[in-house]
Ligand binder design. Structure first.
Ligand SMILES: *[C@@H]1O[C@H](CO)[C@@H](O)[C@H](O)[C@H]1NC(C)=O
Ligand SMILES: *[C@@H]1O[C@H](CO)[C@@H](O)[C@H](O)[C@H]1NC(C)=O
Ligand SMILES: *[C@@H]1O[C@H](CO)[C@@H](O)[C@H](O)[C@H]1NC(C)=O
Ligand SMILES: *[C@@H]1O[C@H](CO)[C@@H](O)[C@H](O)[C@H]1NC(C)=O
Ligand SMILES: *[C@@H]1O[C@H](CO)[C@@H](O)[C@H](O)[C@H]1NC(C)=O
Length: 732
């Protein structure tokens, strides 16, 4: 990420000499401060550092740009000699005696306040050089006894940050002649523990973290402090507000956490202040210039509502000729859904690749393969990872994410109102899930913004140039010790690449794939318990809720209520399921399926329990019928119990009608499952006492009427086609 600003002022002319600067009580002018840092690469952490420096108007000079980093792995930074070589060379050019140098790391450093506070605290330290302190001794613990004792505060020196007058610093590093991978920390330590040198050079440690906070060994001491639209990190041990925060050693993730807030990136008063920085608006582009996105769809296990997934994919607001589709399907059960999507719509996309179940590729290998396709495809600007269980409700997701212009960004999705989501706020010591302090607030939307997190999964967008620069390992997902998502995030973290989760918008949710059985024709019908929201969207009539709320329930005959409850699809699925099952009763009086074995008014039907649907049907009645019963028959509370719930088939040459009868119920629910005029002719229901008929039954609508005494009724003849109804005798 190239910073869009340039501030590498010619720092030599900044050396405005202030004769008052050293007199003790006079403040050092901010112009005298120069921040030096070594960065051979423009990592995401470096970008964050520059942003914080710019926010507080620090003057920064970056050393070593474009140089190959030889100071060891920057994630663990054992070496650092290279930094000293570069510093030493840079200092030769600075002539002013009054220049104050702040030398710090940058990949894992953020400023929490400005130069003024830093200089004031430096002056208060009353030394010529002030080093950051640590509670842990490193790299040579045998030197412990040589360290001067401190009454309170950290005893050991940290080389990741120091500030001082230029002559002292020059003198301090004058003797550096070691190699690039030797330890700078050891070098400074040896100077510091030598009493003579310490005194001559006038060096001290910032033991109470007034200037510098090294996080290693101090995680419990540092908390966020929000006040008046500002946020700081507070060291609770010493009650200080450090100016420079350093995620040294294995504390990069804690630094990322703090960096989500500091410098004032998110506060309670302002919300997110960085969310609209560096955007790449698509509005300025023609559709043909949109970044090309490869969408990788992964079907790893039997999953409900796969058809709906593909319907949603088609509705994604993004030019289809700027999309390439990669589908990995490991599940034979879903082959027909993938095939029908590809047959009907595949040609609309710029390209399609399908890995079928018979190829027997495992999930991690498929992901490696897909990412590599994008890596090698010069056109591929982004890879959009999309697991089949993701319910992407926001049609603009892809636009929103590409505009964000981030290395890796996931739209936050949650699982049906629970705390489960597709990101982790923190990581446990062994690399698994841990809950960050702000996790619940983010998941529940009390804090919205862009959050730098250690783990994202299920749905996320990757800037493909990363695959060609940093993430070049083919096996990003394959690992001995981790599952594929963890392996990927592990690689990403190790490269110092930032992963963000975006909860500025509502994006969608995650299906539960637990308890998904494949023993039926339309298995989604059985999902009312596991995925109730998706079930409702798929199967409950779009006007059901409104009709109920606005009391629009119709009343075609006395005490007969009529309301929409099922979608067309629900009706079709139920009928198809019954026909698929196929064991229609003979319509005789003898019926071994019921108690007593005798049916007075037999129909040709299949009972819900014959297809193992009675628990789901009961849940449906409780959720969608009971509230209406209670509204229409006030004072009557139903638990929606039933012994008989079934689908009836009327056919002219089989059983066209049903003679007048009472139902063995307190009230009856009768749902029309197909369309008069199209699927059949005739049909309907007549209530004899009122001589009132419902002759144009509406598909998906339910009739609700009392069962006995007053509502003696008959089924009117079906004269052509086949008519289906779903009948339940509630509270027999
Ligand atoms: C991906 O990241 C690279 C490097 O930061 C950047 O130059 C490029 O513009 C990004 N790609 C897109 C499509 O934004
Ligand atoms: C940084 O400088 C700009 C322009 O001189 C000024 O508007 C802004 O307030 C300064 N920021 C801080 C934090 O001092
Ligand atoms: C260290 O320097 C400060 C001024 O920067 C001075 O007041 C103090 O006496 C010096 N201490 C020693 C031990 O020289
Ligand atoms: C640098 O080396 C010289 C010569 O060995 C020595 O006198 C001096 O104390 C050293 N300076 C420091 C800061 O170590
Ligand atoms: C829902 O109600 C609206 C407005 O009355 C109507 O236009 C629409 O067709 C209804 N939807 C269905 C599926 O019947």
């Amino acid at each position: 990420m190239k910073p869009s600003f340039l501030f590498l002022l010619s720092w030599m002319c900044l050396c405005v000499v202030s004769s008052l600067a050293n007199s003790g009580h006079q403040l050092i002018p901010e112009e005298n401060l120069l921040v030096l840092t070594v960065a051979t690469k423009e990592t995401d952490g470096f970008g964050r550092f520059l942003r914080s420096a710019k926010y507080y108007n620090y003057t920064v000079k970056v050393l070593g740009r474009g140089e190959k980093w030889r100071g060891g792995d920057y994630m663990s930074a054992p070496g650092g000699g290279q930094k000293l070589r570069l510093l030493k060379a840079a200092l030769l050019d600075i002539k002013s005696e009054h220049q104050i140098i702040l030398f710090i790391d940058s990949y894992d450093v953020v400023f929490a306040s400005g130069p003024k506070e830093l200089l004031r605290k430096f002056q208060q330290a009353k030394h010529k050089v002030v080093f950051s302190s640590e509670s842990l001794i490193w790299p040579d613990r045998h030197l412990e006894d040589k360290y001067p004792h401190v009454r309170e505060g950290n005893r050991f020196l940290g080389s990741g940050g120091f500030i001082g007058y230029i002559p002292s610093i020059k003198e301090m590093i004058a003797n550096w002649t070691q190699g690039d991978s030797d330890s700078d920390q050891l070098f400074f330590t040896k100077i510091y523990i030598d009493p003579a040198k310490r005194i001559t050079l006038n060096i001290t440690l910032d033991s109470k973290c007034r200037l510098f906070q090294n996080l290693h060994g101090a995680l419990d001491e540092v908390v966020l402090k929000f006040e008046d639209g500002r946020v700081r990190a507070r060291n609770v041990q010493y009650d200080t507000l450090p100016v420079v925060l350093h995620g040294n050693g294995p504390t990069k993730l804690q630094m990322n956490y703090l960096g989500n807030y500091i410098p004032n990136s998110w506060t309670f008063e302002t919300g997110c202040t960085i969310c609209h920085e560096n955007l790449h608006p698509l509005s300025s582009l023609k559709e043909s210039e949109y970044p090309l996105v490869m969408i990788g769809i992964f079907i790893q296990q039997p999953t409900p509502f796969v058809t709906v997934f593909f319907e949603r994919l088609l509705k994604l607001q993004y030019p289809q000729n700027r999309l390439k589709i990669f589908i990995y399907n490991h599940e034979p059960h879903h082959e027909h859904q993938v095939n029908s999507f590809l047959q009907d719509h595949g040609s609309m996309y710029k390209d399609v690749k399908y890995i079928q179940p018979k190829e027997e590729m495992d999930g991690a290998a498929a992901r490696d393969f897909a990412f590599d396709m994008c890596r090698k495809d010069k056109e591929c600007d982004y890879f959009f990872n999309l697991e089949i269980e993701v319910v992407l409700k926001n049609e603009n997701t892809l636009k929103i994410l590409t505009e964000q212009n981030l290395p890796i960004v996931a739209p936050m999705i949650t699982r049906g109102g629970r705390l489960w989501s597709n990101f982790w706020g923190a990581l446990s010591a062994d690399g698994y899930y841990a809950r960050s302090e702000d996790y619940v607030d983010i998941v529940q939307g009390r804090r919205v913004g862009l959050w730098n997190v250690p783990y994202v999964s299920s749905v996320y967008l990757v800037n493909a140039s990363l695959l060609r620069t940093e993430l070049t390992d083919y096996k990003l997902f394959t690992s001995q010790s981790f599952d594929s998502d963890m392996a990927f995030c592990h690689s990403v973290r190790n490269k110092g690449i930032f992963m963000y989760v975006n909860n500025l918008h509502t994006f969608g949710r995650m299906l539960s794939t637990e308890n998904y059985k494949m023993e039926h024709l339309h298995n989604d019908l059985w999902q009312i318990f596991e995925n109730p929201v998706d079930w409702q969207e798929r199967y409950i009539h779009e006007n059901y809720t409104r009709m109920m709320k606005d009391k629009l329930i119709e009343n075609p005959c006395p005490d007969v209520y009529w309301f929409p409850v099922f979608t067309d699809l629900a009706c079709n699925h139920l009928v198809e399921e019954m026909e698929h099952f196929g064991r229609w009763s003979g319509g005789g009086n003898v019926d071994t399926r019921i108690q007593g074995g005798y049916e007075n008014v037999p129909t040709i039907d299949i009972h819900m329990n014959q297809i193992n649907f009675e628990k789901e049907w009961h849940k449906f009645l409780l959720e969608y019928v009971a509230p209406i019963t209670e509204k229409m028959f006030p004072g009557y509370y139903t638990k929606a119990q039933f012994e008989l719930a079934f689908v009836v088939r009327y056919k002219p040459d089989e059983q066209p009608s049903l003679r007048p009868h009472h139902d063995a119920s307190t009230f009856t629910i009768n749902i029309a499952l197909n369309q008069v005029g199209t699927d059949y002719q005739g049909g309907g229901c007549r209530f004899l006492r009122y001589d009132c008929s419902i002759q144009a039954p509406r598909k998906g609508w339910a009739l609700m009427h009392p069962g006995r005494l007053t509502h003696y009724h008959e089924g009117l003849p079906t004269t052509a086609g086949v008519r289906y109804i779903a009948v339940t005798f509630v509270d027999p």
